[in-house]
Design a protein around this ligand. Structure first.
Ligand code: GRF
Length: 200
């Protein structure tokens, strides 16, 4: 299974996938890494692994639709079976969502705390348990059908950074496990239900 991974930041989720695909029994390979900005650690990780990279900056395009179409075209060049958003901080539009299955990961237990500040929102709400979610992306913000979740405790004295680091530790293994199962077993989507496995 050919993966294109999209990143916007440090790329620790990408790194977990890079480490996983080194095992040929994992069932997937990363054929390219794309980003919406240059000079990020996530792209450096891809380059160190010898994987082709591409950058499509929103500000380089006259309209968002133009960026969306160009991003979809760059992704299509690599003929992915699955696009994985690993800390990609842009909402993907129809050109990409209609062309490929897109997996996303979020550092909270959706539907609670969607959006760009899920960790901070959970912490300030005062939850005692939060976690992370792996889901298929749809046109909304973190509203796609959920595939896997894992819980993470909020500890006394946590701030956004300490909590996010703890979540990311769980998130990267959940993402690696889920991508691997989808690659090896396949998946089907019926409405909001995603079933792994050929027989579902
Ligand atoms: C992850 O927690 C992701 O869910 C969130 O931002 C973080 C990205 O981390 N959107 P990294 O870039 O993979 O290190």
């Amino acid at each position: 299974v050919r993966l294109v991974v999209l990143v916007s930041g440090s790329g620790t989720n990408l790194q977990a996938l890079l480490d996983a695909v080194a095992d040929e029994t994992y069932g997937a390979r990363i054929v390219a890494v794309g980003a919406d900005r240059a000079g990020i650690e996530g792209l450096a990780r891809a380059e160190r692994a010898g994987i082709p990279i591409f950058v499509e900056k929103l500000t380089d395009h006259p309209t968002r639709e133009d960026w969306d179409r160009e991003l979809a075209a760059r992704i299509a060049e690599h003929k992915p079976d699955l696009v994985v958003c690993a800390g990609f901080m842009k909402i993907l539009g129809t050109p990409t969502l209609s062309s490929f299955p897109v997996l996303n990961t979020h550092p909270a237990l959706l539907p609670s705390f969607p959006g760009a500040h899920g960790v901070r929102d959970a912490l300030s709400y005062g939850v005692r348990i939060t976690g992370c979610t792996v889901m298929l992306a749809d046109a909304g913000v973190d509203t796609g059908p959920i595939i896997a979740q894992a819980s993470v405790p909020v500890l006394d004295g946590d701030d956004e950074e300490t909590l996010h680091q703890r979540i990311k530790g769980v998130e990267r293994s959940l993402l690696v496990e889920t991508v691997g199962r989808m690659a090896r077993e396949g998946w089907t989507v019926t409405g909001r239900t995603v079933r792994l496995g050929r027989s579902g």
